[in-house]
Structures are given as C-alpha cells and as structure tokens.
Write a protein that binds this ligand. Structure first.
Ligand SMILES: C[S@@+](CC[C@H](N)C(=O)[O-])C[C@H]1O[C@@H](n2cnc3c(N)ncnc32)[C@H](O)[C@@H]1O
Length: 190
C-alpha cells in the first residue's frame, strides 16, 4: 500500500509537470494554512530540483528566490542562488525582506539515523535563523525537519516569534518517513 501511494504522487507529479513529488507536500500545506497570498515575495531554502518553486510561481506575482547546493533548471521569473546556507557570504545575498520563507532542506542521508537527524536539525535551525532576519512582520515560515529529540527544542525556539505554530505531516509524505513540517504563521518581528 505504501508503494501505491509513492507511485500515485510520483505519477501525479509527472502528469502535472512538477519536477518532484515533494510539490504535493507544499500544496497540502497551502490548502490547510493558506500560507502564500497572491502578491507575496518568497524565499525557498533548499529548493532543488524546484518543484516548490514551480508551485509558488503559480500562486504569487511577487519576487521569488531559491537557494540550493545543487543547481536547478531555470524557471522563468524565479531567481536562483547556488550555494550553501551555512556560508555567511551566501547568507548576505539571500537575506532580503520576504513575506514568506520556506525550507524543505534535507541533508544527504548517510543511513546513520541519529547523525542524519542531527544534521537535519542543524539545517532546519539555520533556516529559522535566516527566516528571523529575512521575514517581514506578519510573514509566514515553513520548515521541514527529521523528527528527533531535537524537534521539540526547535519548536520551542520558533514559538515566541510567531502568532501560530503547528507541526504538520502531509499525507503525501512517504510512508515510514520521519519528516515533519513546522508551520509558523504571523512573524512578530521581536
Ligand atoms: C528535499 S530537497 C528539496 C526539494 C524541493 N522542495 C522541491 O520540491 O524541488 C532538499 C534540498 O536541500 C538541499 N540542501 C541540503 N543542504 C543544503 C545546504 N547546506 N545549503 C543549501 N541547500 C542544501 C539539497 O541539495 C536538496 O536539494
């Protein structure tokens, strides 16, 4: 049954012209929380191959910027920066003012579960630190993380900065996957 679901989203992405099945996770988040409005500017952290960017492009006329370690096939009207979000020079280039910061960032998995979880936590936290500097007041932030004992710590750190914070697991997440999304709405700009 798990495999049916994987095939379903893989095939759906092919049919609908999305570069990856991960697009449906953002689509579900958008359906539930309406995070992106028609004129919003959006920063997408860990954006390759670009299926979230494709969906974001359909949703807003605002500026869109993507960043990733891996380069992507260009998308019209979307700016892309090739680099590592831990690099301070790269951070200077991406920290501008946005209504929305998204991060589907994930480490290359090594198979060593605890190590992967910890690196995921670090990347998700770095995404939050960037969001804190880049978000406009009332802005929204969505970040993926591999569930671990650090997840609670991250949620606690994010909470005071937003009006609403929830953990969310989209239906289209692969069965058996331990990833969750933290959806944070209404940046309080402290
Ligand atoms: C699950 S993929 C993102 C998929 C994307 N949302 C989409 O729908 O096409 C995670 C991405 O995080 C990127 N990534 C991991 N570590 C990174 C880092 N330190 N800096 C920038 N990107 C990173 C990976 O290269 C990978 O492309």
């Amino acid at each position: 049954m798990g495999y049916d679901r994987q095939d379903h989203y893989y095939n759906k992405a092919k049919r609908e012209g999305f570069r990856a099945r991960s697009s449906y996770k953002l689509i579900e988040i958008q359906k539930k929380y309406t995070i992106i409005k028609p004129d919003d500017s959006v920063l997408d952290i860990g954006c390759a191959p670009g299926s979230w960017l494709q969906f974001v492009k359909q949703r807003t006329k605002g500026k869109i910027l993507g960043i990733d370690l891996t380069s992507i096939k260009p998308i019209e009207g979307v700016e892309f920066i090739h680099g590592d979000i831990n690099d301070k020079e790269i951070q200077k280039k991406i920290i501008r003012k946005f209504n929305i910061v998204l991060s589907d960032i994930a480490p290359k998995t090594s198979g060593m579960r605890e190590r992967d979880q910890y690196i995921s936590y670090q990347l998700s936290r770095e995404s939050f630190l960037i969001a804190k500097k880049a978000l406009k007041p009332k802005g929204n932030f969505v970040v993926k993380t591999f569930q671990s004992q650090e997840t609670e710590k991250l949620v606690k750190e994010i909470k005071p900065y937003f009006e609403f914070v929830k953990r969310y697991v989209p239906q289209s997440t692969r069965e058996g996957s331990k990833e969750i999304f933290i959806v944070a709405l209404g940046f309080k700009n402290q």
